[in-house]
Design a protein around this ligand. Structure first.
Ligand SMILES: [Zn+2]
Ligand SMILES: [Zn+2]
Length: 270
């Protein structure tokens, strides 16, 4: 038995004798099957070929990303506050060196995810850190591929954690797509941790909002406006996207509002 991991999206499935026939995440129109067909790896195979880069980003924030890049190639974030640490999104690889490094930073009190593409092996991570609860929006429940009692399927628009940390459903890319507001981030100016629903652009004064990034399917204006409304009440000056270099600073909130105006103009009739 092994808990197989999809080599294209990085999602770990529940334990089976043989690899699953399908990755439902990759068969969805927001993702894709790799050119060599559906491929799976096991955690021991990953541990042989990859390691995690763990790096402090700002006081109270540590990044964790696999080297070389695996699957979607994201880096997770560990937010450290007096009330405990929350792991925002996850990666597929977990090894002894990673567990040790994170334990020395205070461990993981909870895991929270933006959406299924950046979830990796989160159940295995939860098990390694005392069955830490996994906050996953109920609207994305069908995409939780490895069932486990640690899941907390939160509902509605916001869900407070502790020390001001709040999960906010912004929708868009997935109906249950969420962001994490960290009021203590960016030296107290506030930071927003996003996944794909608010995606940092190459021009870091802007973000974008797509239904599918790899397949370039845009969102409609109503959904982009819904994303803006969800973040408007939050105070933040910096956005941490899902990859090491995807950071907007300063005026990140202004960047979301400006980017939404530009986007809606671009998809509107002449
Ligand atoms: Zn997949
Ligand atoms: Zn995504």
């Amino acid at each position: 038995m092994a808990a197989f991991i999809c080599a294209t999206c990085g999602m770990q499935y529940g334990e089976t004798d043989a690899p699953p026939e399908h990755c439902l995440i990759c068969e969805d129109e927001r993702q894709y099957i790799g050119s060599k067909g559906q491929r799976w790896v096991t955690m021991p195979e990953l541990q042989k070929g990859y390691q995690n880069r763990i790096e402090d980003i700002e006081p109270g924030l540590t990044g964790i990303g696999s080297m070389p890049g695996f699957a979607i190639g994201q880096r997770a974030l560990l937010v450290q506050t007096p009330g405990g640490n929350v792991l925002w999104d996850c990666v597929s690889l977990l090894d002894d060196a990673t567990v040790e490094a994170i334990r020395s930073s205070g461990g993981i009190q909870a895991i929270a995810v933006s959406h299924p593409h950046l979830a990796g092996s989160l159940v295995e991570w939860s098990c390694a850190f005392g069955n830490a609860p996994i906050y996953w929006h109920a609207d994305n429940r069908e995409w939780a591929m490895r069932s486990d009692p640690a899941y907390v399927f939160w509902e509605g628009e916001t869900h407070p954690l502790w020390d001001g940390l709040t999960l906010v459903r912004c929708g868009g890319h997935f109906t249950g797509s969420a962001v994490l507001h960290w009021p203590g981030g960016a030296e107290g100016r506030g930071a927003l941790l996003t996944g794909d629903s608010i995606q940092v652009a190459s021009d870091k004064r802007y973000v974008s909002f797509m239904y599918s990034y790899p397949n370039m399917i845009p969102l409609n204006a109503r959904k982009v406006e819904q994303i803006v409304q969800s973040i408007k009440p939050l105070a933040f000056d910096r956005i941490y996207g899902g990859w090491w270099d995807k950071v907007v600073d300063p005026d990140a909130k202004g960047a979301v509002i400006r980017s939404a105006e530009r986007y809606i103009k671009a998809i509107s009739p002449e």
